[in-house]
Design a protein around this ligand. Structure first.
Ligand code: NAD
Ligand code: UDP
Length: 386
């Protein structure tokens, strides 16, 4: 653990206690690990699961005195306020945040992303505690360019697609496209936090992640998650590769995304944690504008990288097209393109992502292969029961 840490303005950083809600998830597990390995801060880790941070919590772990797990559901647990009061800073990561849920479980999605987050905001505001809240890039919805004719040269103009925290509109589809239930709930909680800042001086930072990916993201269906579950694209494609099935391209895989390596993104969060004077009152895009691909290109790259790290040949037909209705059901819709503008995070925190898409896929798929290949082989070779 480093001592004598200073912030970006050269001031010493005092050890703090952080109440991290959703600490057992993908981002939370990486953030806990980073805080334990590189800082003197303490973590009150709140979640309903802790599998992804078990290594940090074991009695034999060297971090045992700085991380404490509290298994609680923030929907209905009166211990939450006490934990927030004990901490200097609360980070809220808890959410339903897999697209397969947005159109099929819209009520749970709205409750999780808005209603369940309300007490967290309220307790922070009432107890004058700082809050870092995790929103989403999906708040921007579709780009303005998506509404231009396909051959319009304006589609190449960044004014029509670059997503800026302080300028871009939020463009969601119609109400029967329940995909937007998540974005809409996240937008309302962002506005509520902003209003708490304006009217009640809540010290807040809002994070808008742009497709953070890496080891421990979601689950592999039938191995460490439900066999009928549909995780986010990294885990879907990893599952297909592990099972030697074609990767499914939803509606032709034409949507575009920028992917950032989780370890780069966590650096940005640590800067926010340790530089409150620069982070408070801001909304930050956190992504890698240089790592843009279509979903089809992602599938091709993952196929190539997986062949390299596993030593297995690729399938003759590596991808298959599937309609969104078939894959996600009624009410699915998609964000067409997501490129983060980096001006504000550069200016406030001097942060830039480092890892190329190829490199991040190489380390992530090496992890996926090492972690799951044997288990998938066992599961698929089990004799069928009649
Ligand atoms: P995740 O699903 O891996 O983690 C969320 C964690 O919150 C889970 O461990 C879950 O058990 C916990 N949780 C949910 N509801 C809870 C409750 N009621 N009580 C206690 N714990 C609860 O997701 P993640 O990828 O780590 O995302 C974290 C946050 O970042 C979410 O708010 C998500 O919307 C946002 N986000 C992430 C990405 C990304 O690229 N990973 C993109 C956009 C937004
Ligand atoms: N997608 C796909 N095949 C899959 C899973 C996802 O083509 O097996 C597409 C999905 O339709 C979307 C993109 O991949 O266009 C990213 O999906 P993800 O679930 O990661 O979340 P999103 O970026 O939409 O929030």
């Amino acid at each position: 653990m480093a001592t004598g840490r200073v912030d970006l303005d050269g001031n010493p950083i005092k050890p703090m206690t952080i109440c991290m809600i959703g600490a057992g998830g993908f981002i939370g597990s990486h953030l806990c690990e980073k805080l334990m390995e590189e800082t003197p801060h303490k973590v009150l880790a709140v979640d309903v699961y802790n599998d992804k941070i078990k290594n940090l919590l074991e009695p034999s772990s060297q971090w045992g005195d700085r991380i404490q797990f509290h298994r609680l559901n923030i929907k209905n647990d009166s211990r939450l306020e006490g934990l927030i009061r004990m901490a200097d800073l609360t980070i809220n990561l808890a959410a339903i945040c897999t697209p397969a849920d947005y159109n099929t479980r819209p009520l749970d999605t709205i409750y999780s992303n808005f209603i369940d987050a309300l007490p967290v905001v309220k307790y922070c505001s009432e107890n004058s505690k700082r809050l870092i809240h995790f929103s989403t890039c999906e708040i921007y919805g579709k780009t303005i360019g998506a509404f231009l004719p396909k051959d319009s040269p304006l589609r190449q103009d960044p004014n029509y697609f670059l997503l800026k925290e302080d300028e871009s509109p939020c463009i969601f589809g119609p109400i029967e496209k329940q995909r937007w239930s998540y974005a809409c709930a996240k937008q309302l909680i962002e506005r509520l936090i902003y209003a708490e800042g304006a009217e009640n001086s809540l010290e807040f930072t809002i994070v808008r992640p742009f497709n953070w990916i890496g080891p421990r993201m979601d689950f592999i269906p039938g191995i460490d998650g439900p066999s009928e579950g549909v995780p986010r694209v990294l885990a879907c494609f990893s599952n297909n590769l592990l099972r030697r099935e074609p990767l499914k391209l939803v509606d032709g895989g034409q949507s575009q995304r920028t992917f950032v390596y989780i370890k780069d993104a966590i650096e940005a969060v640590l800067l926010m944690i340790e530089n409150p004077a620069r982070a408070n009152g801001h909304v930050f895009n956190v992504g890698n504008p240089n790592n843009e691909v279509t979903v089809r290109q992602l599938a091709e790259m993952m196929t190539q990288v997986y062949a390299k790290v596993s030593g297995e040949s690729s399938l003759d037909t590596p991808t298959v097209d599937v309609s969104s209705k078939e894959f996600y059901g009624e009410g699915y819709d998609d964000s067409d393109k997501r490129i983060p503008d980096m001006t504000i995070i550069n200016r406030q925190l001097g942060w830039n992502p480092k890892t190329s898409l190829f490199d991040l896929l190489e380390s992530t798929l090496t992890y996926q292969h090492r972690t799951y290949a044997e288990a998938v082989k066992k599961a698929t070779s089990k004799p069928m029961t009649s």
